[in-house]
Design a protein around this ligand. Structure first.
Ligand code: UN1
Length: 512
């Protein structure tokens, strides 16, 4: 059996027809039909997952509400202890889960393992955080008064995740939400539901072993209609959604319409500025992984290279040479660098984008195309391509989730920064330079307008310790590290009077 997929599925509890609606370990039969999950690696049906309907969704939310009443009162460090155990359970299945992610989503096995490592890392982070959900103490203007703030759990957190990080993004949200005392309802991408089923098995086992309520972690399966159950449901105070800007606008409007909170992590159109002062070896390697890693399907993928005119020809020829060495094929075969796109629809979008940018004047330096023949039967393998283009082209302004890299030239750093910022998205950015003035200007208020700005590192592959997200059409949300946890809690300001009088604030007199 090739690559040990059958064994991995077995170890992860994936069967040919999985239930998809679940609270904890309680899998609910919905009678709603199945969603089939095909591997883009070989086009094979992996397994099916039953869809969630309105009735089963109601059951999930009721269980979640009930579980919240208990979970919110478990001391935060004890909640952290549960998350510690989840982290250990993930360590035990790292290779199996990494393999499933790779097979179901198409990223390389190395990147699949990296994704599970992100989950383990966020568990460790959340465990520490569980003793640090700090509020501030303020000095009251009134004598014998005390003011402070507390952070309380907010309730049910809806998590809508994308296919490209089918498990890590859930864990960034839910592991933080869990130590915050929230309970989670997860709607994974309908393009990678089995990775989510596997995670549900893992977390349910830990919850059960600890005698905790089933509704702490739930799973619902379906397309945007199930997403709408969450975004329109006022019992869900926070919806955290990762995906396209189109989806994010719909979720943001629905949640905003009921004055709920949304945390949005949407499209990127990330650029690397390659200065004349760059270490070109690092610049080329950073650009290469950024552009072709995960077949260009990270929201942090490098889509634009803004290169100083004096090094343009050299960068161009070295990159073209590097692309010539890329080996494209089954992501589970570790000799391959680039796996498939998620599905044939994504291939079509990729081809359309190349066609359109060429019409706008783009010149292919490394031509794109779809691969056919042995090993490429799924029809999802494409050639990473490089196109010389101008920043204002409509396709260059647009995030195409595929390995298309646009090259452009600049002469002054101000111009390069204007190109970098001159797109609707604002997720990740980088400058390659050994010049400290250039680096600091890029990081300054007059520099990159993105949520992530790096020096001598590519645009993708952020560590979990920082807050992850970006501005403008990226949606403004911050997930994962730093103080992102605050989005998952409600802040309460408390003023306590221990005097024998009742002085009013601002010195107002009100005597009768
Ligand atoms: C995403 O593509 O949605 O920074 C997340 C990175 C990864 C996460 C990407 N750690 O590339």
């Amino acid at each position: 059996e090739k690559y040990g997929i059958g064994q991995a599925l077995k170890n992860l509890g994936i069967v040919p027809e999985n239930s998809g609606t679940c609270t904890g370990s309680n899998w609910i039969d919905t009678d709603e039909g199945y969603l089939a999950s095909f591997s883009p690696a070989d086009g094979q049906l992996i397994a099916k997952v039953q869809l969630t309907n309105r009735d089963s969704y109601e059951l999930v939310v009721r269980q979640a509400q009930e579980a919240f009443l208990q979970w919110r009162s478990v001391p935060a460090p004890q909640r952290g202890e549960v998350v510690r155990q989840i982290g250990n359970a993930l360590r035990d299945v790292k290779s199996d889960l990494g393999k499933l992610v790779s097979y179901e989503m198409g990223k390389s096995y190395q990147e699949g393992l990296g994704e599970v490592q992100e989950m383990i890392d966020i568990c460790d982070f959340a465990v520490g955080l569980s003793r640090q959900l700090y509020g501030l103490t303020m000095h009251s203007e009134r004598p014998s008064h005390r003011m402070y703030e507390q952070w309380h759990p907010i309730g049910i957190v809806g998590v809508i995740s994308a296919f490209n990080f089918p498990v890590a993004v859930w864990s960034w949200n839910s592991m933080i939400a869990l130590v915050c005392g929230d309970v989670c309802v997860w709607k994974p991408s309908e393009k990678a539901p089995l990775s989510a089923v596997a995670c549900q098995h893992i977390i349910a086992k830990v919850l059960k072993e600890n005698g905790l309520p089933e509704g702490i972690s739930s799973l619902v399966i379906g397309d945007y209609r199930v997403g709408e159950f969450l975004s329109h449901d006022s019992r869900i105070p926070l919806v955290s959604a990762t995906g396209s800007t189109r989806m994010g606008k719909l979720v943001g409007q629905a949640v905003g319409g009921r004055l709920g909170r949304s945390l949005l992590e949407l499209g990127g159109n990330n650029a690397i500025i390659v200065s004349e002062n760059a270490d070109l070896e690092i610049a080329i390697r950073g650009a290469l992984f950024g552009a072709v890693g995960t077949a260009g399907q990270r929201c942090t993928s490098t889509r634009r290279l803004i290169i100083h005119e004096s090094v343009y020809e050299e960068v161009k020829s070295r990159l073209v040479a590097a692309y010539g060495k890329l080996v494209i094929g089954n992501p589970l075969d570790e000799k391959n660098h680039v796996g498939p796109l998620i599905d044939e629809e994504a291939v079509k979008t990729y081809l359309d984008a190349i066609g359109k940018v060429k019409k706008e004047g783009g010149r292919e330096l490394v031509p794109g195309g779809v691969l056919a023949g042995e090993g490429y039967e799924s029809g999802c393998y494409v050639r990473p391509c490089i196109i010389e283009a101008e920043n204002h082209y409509s396709m260059v302004q647009h995030e195409t989730f595929a390995p298309i890299l646009y090259l452009m030239k600049y002469s002054s750093l101000e111009e390069a920064i204007a190109f970098q910022n001159g797109v609707p998205q604002g997720l990740s950015s980088a400058i390659m330079t050994l010049n400290m003035r250039e680096a600091e200007l890029f990081l300054s208020a007059a520099g990159s307008d993105c949520g992530i700005a790096n020096v001598n590192i590519g645009t993708s592959g952020a560590e979990i310790g920082g807050a992850f997200g970006g501005e403008k059409e990226t949606g403004g949300g911050r997930e994962s590290g730093s103080d992102s946890w605050k989005a998952y809690m409600r802040r309460q300001t408390n003023t306590i009077n221990y005097s024998n009088a009742l002085p009013l604030a601002q010195g107002i007199k009100f005597d009768i």
